[in-house]
Design a protein around this ligand. Structure first.
Ligand code: FES
Length: 114
């Protein structure tokens, strides 16, 4: 049976939205299930758009899998990049990150439309 954890999205205006986070789903998929449409995920997780950009709460950064080279290249092109930026489609929910907190960025860039 799939276990369900919790995670929180912080809206750009500071409003927290705590949601159910089933094990094995990506942060992008969790956002979609909860109608958080700031994360567009235009390329469906194939690392071609960066519209799934999230800013991870610094407390959680060390618990995530390291950034792949491909993800890093795409992040370099992301509008509003921060030290703790990650792609939501590349973060998979596990017990280790139960309680994860990510901030939603104010704006997105979309490589597919550029
Ligand atoms: Fe396109 Fe994550 S959904 S890079």
């Amino acid at each position: 049976m799939t276990r369900t954890f919790r995670m929180t999205f912080i809206e750009p205006d500071g409003t927290p939205r705590e949601v159910a986070a089933p094990e094995g789903l990506s942060v992008l998929e969790i956002a979609r299930r909860n109608g958080i449409d700031q994360l567009e995920g235009t390329c469906e997780g194939s690392m071609a758009c960066s519209t799934c950009h999230v800013i991870v709460d610094p407390k959680w950064l060390d618990r995530l899998d390291p950034v792949s080279e491909e993800e890093e290249d795409l992040l370099d092109l992301t509008v509003g990049l921060t030290e703790t930026s990650r792609l939501g489609c590349q973060i998979t929910m596990t017990e280790d990150i139960d309680g994860l907190v990510v901030n939603l960025p104010v704006e997105h860039s979309n490589m597919l439309n550029d």
